[in-house]
Structure formats: structure tokens, C-alpha cells
Design a protein around this ligand. Structure first.
Ligand SMILES: [Zn+2]
Length: 218
């Protein structure tokens, strides 16, 4: 799929996307084990998401007739295949890496004590994403074709791996316009449609408070 567009830096923006964005909003949800904001490693995470959280959010979406995309970790599909299969009846299942590793080209700063696992080796990135794809396919009977990178950590190397693995859409380039609608585009050099996340700015402290409230006040 190719789009006609104007060029800004190394990105081809699609002229048509602005008018489409006036009509559509896409709901997505990263579907992962609760991150250990106050403990030492991303390898030890809380399954609360799958025992309580998912049911709450899917019931709410059903109430309003909204269908969305749930980006699942491979490890989630391995441990909770029936929950993922159930979500797949009403929603699109995407991929969010295998175990929330950082696959992008730079170490990620997070505001907690936890240390993301940074994968530098290209082949290791590929193998982890193959493992994630297989786990999701086993749960839902088909390959995921949409991807969002853990920590939104993305670069051209990762996009090329995604293309090799036949992903069609990536949503990892979140916009910096803080609440303004995001335009889709084709990153140069890969045949993948980029549908960036729209983010709303809040300062680090506020965000930390939101996370703590969500994680511990339950
Ligand atoms: Zn995530």
C-alpha cells in the first residue's frame, strides 16, 4: 500500500489523512501484565490485568458498542490464551512484543525503579517477535498484523523486522502534539502503514500518581 503525500524530513505524510481523522477515532489498549512501577524488574509482573482489568474494560466497550485493538504481549497469549481468544471475538488482537522488551534503538528512561530489558541484537529482536507472533497465533488462530512497540521505542531497524514478519500496521510513533489528532503516514523505506498514537501531555509526577492509583487503589 502506498500513499501520495508531501515529504517532511524522512516521513511521507498522507494528504488525505486529515479529512479521515475528522471522521474516525481508533481505540487501542496495550494488553500486558501490570508493570512493577515500584519493584526492580519487568520480569516480575502482576497478573491483575487478566484477572480483573480486561473484563472491566471489555464490558465497558461492549456497553457502548465500541470495538478496538488490543495489543497483547506474547507472554500474555501464552499464559491467558482463553482470555485473548475471548477478546478476539469482538476486537482486533495486535502484538506488543514478547515480554515488554525495549526493541528500539535507544535505552528507555522510565520514571520507576524498574529496568526495561533493552534488546540490541537484531536477530534477538526478530526471534522474540517471532515467538510473540506464534503465541498469539496459537491463542486466536491467526497472525497479528498490527504492532505497537513497548515503551513506544521504535526505529527503522525494528520497522524492517516488522515488515519481514508481515506486519501491516505499526502504531509506535506517538505524536508530540499533545492531544491534537494524529495523521497516518508511510515511513520511508518500509511498506508499513504508521498510525501514530495520539497522546495527551501530563507531567511526570501527575502521570506517576495516576499509575499508582490504578495499580494500588483497587
Ligand atoms: Zn506496554
Amino acid at each position: 500500500m502506498k500513499f501520495q503525500g508531501c515529504e517532511q524530513k524522512n516521513i511521507h505524510f498522507c494528504r488525505q489523512s486529515r479529512s479521515l481523522l475528522m471522521k474516525y477515532a481508533l481505540f487501542t489498549c496495550d494488553t500486558e501484565f501490570t508493570p512493577p512501577w515500584n519493584i526492580g524488574t519487568w520480569r516480575e509482573r502482576d497478573p491483575w490485568t487478566f484477572e480483573v482489568g480486561i473484563k472491566e474494560i471489555t464490558s465497558l466497550l461492549a456497553k457502548f458498542g465500541i470495538r478496538g485493538t488490543f495489543f497483547c504481549e506474547g507472554t500474555v497469549a501464552e499464559r491467558y490464551p482463553s482470555v485473548v481468544a475471548e477478546m478476539a471475538k469482538d476486537h482486533l488482537i495486535g502484538c506488543h512484543g514478547y515480554n515488554h522488551e525495549n526493541y528500539g534503538g535507544r535505552p528507555v528512561h522510565v520514571w520507576s525503579e524498574s529496568k526495561p530489558v533493552f534488546i540490541e541484537d537484531k536477530n534477538e529482536k526478530r526471534q522474540l517477535l517471532i515467538k510473540a507472533k506464534k503465541a498469539i497465533r496459537k491463542a486466536i488462530g491467526k497472525d497479528p498484523e498490527v504492532f505497537v512497540a513497548p515503551f513506544d521505542s521504535i526505529d527503522i531497524t525494528l520497522l524492517k523486522i516488522l515488515e519481514e514478519l508481515e506486519f501491516k500496521v505499526d502504531c509506535s510513533y506517538y505524536n508530540y502534539s499533545h492531544g491534537l489528532p494524529t495523521l497516518f503516514f508511510m515511513p520511508e523505506g518500509v511498506n508499513i502503514l504508521e498510525l501514530p498514537l495520539t497522546v495527551i501531555y501530563c507531567n511526570e509526577m501527575k502521570y506517576k500518581n495516576v499509575i499508582e492509583a490504578f495499580t494500588y487503589d483497587r
